[in-house]
Design a binder for this molecule. Structure first.
Ligand SMILES: *Cc1c(COP(=O)(O)O)cnc(C)c1O
Length: 402
């Protein structure tokens, strides 16, 4: 008898009771806007910023409306102007090139390796084209940050990190988001803490954060922030910086604070699931697992593997067969962008030149979510199903090739 998986790949855990209670308290007093406070009150938003700055070791933090907004704010605060080129990953999600386009920038794509990180050799050849790299730690894979930062520092290139998939992760013990000038996080439902929509921006630069706060729409209320530079820093910046509203509200902050306290525990749960998947798929013929260097501490909210150099039809067969057994896999190699997956050549507002080495990898990247509603047994079952179906299609290919 063949087994089928019956869980949902898009079902996250419920919001913890403590977070629901905190949200209720905000709703009961009605002061949802972050600057709507009574005498002596510290709003949830300011507390969240303080706690996230503390968690990451950053000097400053700003809570905003989305991860995409955190990135556009970082780009603007770094001085990116209309028409400027911005380096970024060819393998990432649409909000990343979208953030560059939002500030009038022009993305220059950098390739992906078969370990699913930015190709540093490709980057080396492109560093002279731009002053800024928007580095996406796509699907939680962290490149050699020591080498990347050395290269970018030598070339005078500012690094902005997209940490949508690396909240809680580190490279060589240093949190992702603490290597570049800014770290950008998302608190959207599918990320590591869930407020439906939301984002966090961290940095150490006083003027950088003053600009980011003014940009986010703080009017002249910046003194109500806590994880922020002193009022003097705003003296000129408050006149020079446009208000491009994108604040977070107290309701979202209230439900995020208890989740932030649980983040490290959640990370361990994700990684236990990842390990079961990874073990279950070891030595599957035709399937390549992703190598994770020991300097990388990741938070495995998703799982990837490669069907490298497979014909498109065979990959499609694997996806169809797994889907028939309840296992929903996503493919970055499909001809058309679907769901959350799209490729650099689908972002036609930002023209690209073909990247054959990256195309080879992208054509084979299979991706799945690993929600914490899956048990370890669920993960073992999913791995068995993938192993079976990959093996069957692979054997068929081998027979046909004989
Ligand atoms: C989700 C995501 C973002 C942005 O997040 P939003 O909060 O949805 O704007 C950025 N980068 C990557 C890689 C993402 O997956």
């Amino acid at each position: 008898m063949t087994e089928n998986f019956t869980g949902s790949f898009t079902q996250q855990e419920p919001i913890p009771a403590e977070a629901v209670a905190a949200a209720n308290a905000v709703m009961q007093h009605g002061r949802l806007h972050r600057y709507n406070t009574v005498e002596g009150e510290i709003p949830e938003t300011a507390l969240l910023e303080e706690e996230f700055a503390d968690y990451t070791g950053a000097k400053y933090c700003l809570a905003v409306a989305s991860g995409g907004y955190a990135m556009t704010t970082a780009l603007r605060a770094s001085g990116v102007q209309h028409g400027d080129k911005v380096l970024t990953n060819a393998f990432t999600l649409a909000p990343v090139p979208g953030a560059i386009a939002a500030v009038g920038g022009v993305p220059i794509y950098v390739g992906v390796t078969d370990d699913l990180v930015i190709d540093l050799d490709d980057l080396a050849g492109k560093l002279d084209q731009s002053k800024v790299l928007l580095l996406s730690h796509m699907r939680g894979h962290i490149c050699d940050m020591d080498r990347l930062m050395a290269m970018c520092n030598d070339a005078g290139v500012t690094v902005i990190e997209d940490c949508a998939h690396t909240m809680g992760a580190t490279w060589n013990g240093v949190p992702s988001g603490r290597w570049g000038r800014f770290g950008c996080y998302s608190t959207q439902t599918y990320k590591h803490i869930n407020s439906g929509e939301g984002g966090l921006l961290i940095c150490d630069g006083a003027e950088d954060m003053a600009r980011a706060i003014m940009l986010s729409g703080s009017y002249m209320l910046f003194e109500k922030h806590r994880a922020a530079p002193p009022p003097e820093t705003f003296a000129q910046i408050k006149y020079e910086t446009p208000n491009i509203s994108g604040r977070m509200d107290n309701l979202r902050a209230a439900i995020l604070r208890p989740q932030l306290r649980n983040l490290d525990d959640q990370g361990r749960k994700w990684n236990a699931r990842y390990k079961v998947m990874d073990n279950g798929l070891q030595d599957t013929p035709g399937l390549r697992l992703i190598n994770r260097p020991e300097q990388e501490y990741f938070v495995a909210s998703s799982f990837q593997f490669l069907l490298l150099d497979w014909r498109a039809q065979a990959v499609a067969d694997v996806l169809g067969r797994c889907k028939a057994r309840g296992v929903e896999l996503k493919w970055f190699g499909g001809a058309e962008p679907t769901g959350f997956t799209s490729r650099y050549d689908s972002w036609r507002y930002a023209p690209s030149t073909p990247m054959p080495a990256s195309d080879r990898v992208l054509a084979g990247v299979i991706d799945m979510r690993l929600p914490l509603t899956f048990s370890l047994d669920d993960c073992a079952q999913i791995a068995r199903i993938i192993r079976d179906e990959v093996s069957i299609v692979y054997q068929g290919m081998m027979v046909a090739a004989d």
